[in-house]
Design a protein around this ligand. Structure first.
Ligand SMILES: NC(=O)c1ccc[n+]([C@@H]2O[C@H](COP(=O)([O-])OP(=O)(O)OC[C@H]3O[C@@H](n4cnc5c(N)ncnc54)[C@H](OP(=O)(O)O)[C@@H]3O)[C@@H](O)[C@H]2O)c1
Length: 270
């Protein structure tokens, strides 16, 4: 299927690593012109190198989206790179605490920091790019939330609440941009194997004495740890495939929606 993305200009925040890198690669493989973004220049350049090696077109923009100044710098670089933007993927995120601290001990500073890293980063980029998308009469804004936005787990309350805010703000933004040609959607991944999640997977496998074989570890994880409907964990390309479709003109009739790409992790009907 031709997704008709050739020449579309895209910024994928947090694409110097993991899921964002997978999304950037999927869009570039469809012929989009991609701005790879992150805070670590070496990682950003490595992702850009892989995209170019595959025949894709991209540039790199660096900056911390948890601050107004950093976000403004990234927006300016991205705008200049291809003379405007058609597709904004708000993927950058994470949490400011390490490990899984007691819910009751997480400081308000960490709640605020995690909100900035996920919601603040997305809102800043939306405010930089949505007006021009509305004026040009076409655009795509896609937030990367999490399965835990709608089906929560114990702990990491500040992270799950921030992801829930992304799902929620997507719907009000879709209505705000109604009849402009700009669609707004959320993609909610389940467990995806990335640098951020790999160490947790390794420690779970060690604690369970699941051995070294990767297929076995993933089969056991998807039965004993987080029950899924498929026998493997997610890969960045699984999210990239969904984002590429939503970003395409083929998805014109889809706005204000949240798409779970979680191997069947969420138990709710909808
Ligand atoms: N992996 C999963 O299982 C999973 C599941 C559900 C949702 N998610 C979400 O998917 C997104 C990507 O996760 P991942 O696992 O791919 O994580 P990752 O490998 O740690 O990558 C995170 C990316 O976001 C960037 N980033 C983080 N905070 C930033 C900030 N303040 N300013 C600018 N860039 C920032 C990082 O940049 P640098 O590294 O260059 O600093 C990196 O490129 C996140 O929003 C995460 O919450 C992940």
């Amino acid at each position: 299927m031709d997704l008709c993305l050739r020449g579309k200009r895209a910024l994928v925040t947090g694409s110097s690593s993991g899921i964002g890198a997978g999304i950037a690669q999927s869009l570039a493989a469809e012929g989009a012109l991609v701005v790879v973004h992150g805070r670590d220049e070496a990682r950003g350049n490595a992702v850009a190198g892989a995209i170019r090696a595959g025949g894709g077109h991209c540039v790199v923009a660096m900056g911390d989206l948890a601050t107004d100044e950093g976000a403004a710098r990234v927006a300016e670089s991205a705008r200049r790179a291809f003379n405007g933007l058609d597709i904004l993927v708000n993927n950058a995120g994470g949490k400011t605490t390490t490990g899984n601290p007691d819910w009751l001990q997480v400081t308000l500073d960490d709640w605020a920091g995690t909100y900035q890293q996920n919601v603040g980063a997305a809102v800043r980029m939306i405010q930089h790019f949505a007006p021009a998308m509305r004026d040009q009469g076409w655009g795509r804004i896609i937030q990367i939330a999490s399965a835990s936005a709608t089906q929560t787990e114990p702990g990491i309350g500040e992270y799950q609440a921030a992801k829930a805010a992304l799902v929620n703000l997507t719907t009000s933004l879709a209505r705000t941009l109604a009849h402009t040609g700009v669609t707004v959607n959320t993609v909610s991944p389940g467990f995806v194997v990335t640098p951020a999640s790999e160490s947790w997977l390794a420690s779970v496998a060690e604690q369970g004495s699941w051995g070294e074989d990767r297929t076995t570890i993933e089969r056991r994880f998807t039965r004993e740890m987080i029950p899924l409907c498929v026998s493997r964990l997610g890969r960045p390309a699984d999210i990239g495939n969904m984002v590429a479709f939503l970003a395409s003109p083929l998805a014109d009739y889809i706005s204000g929606a949240n798409f779970r790409v979680d191997g069947g992790q969420c138990r709710s009907v909808n």
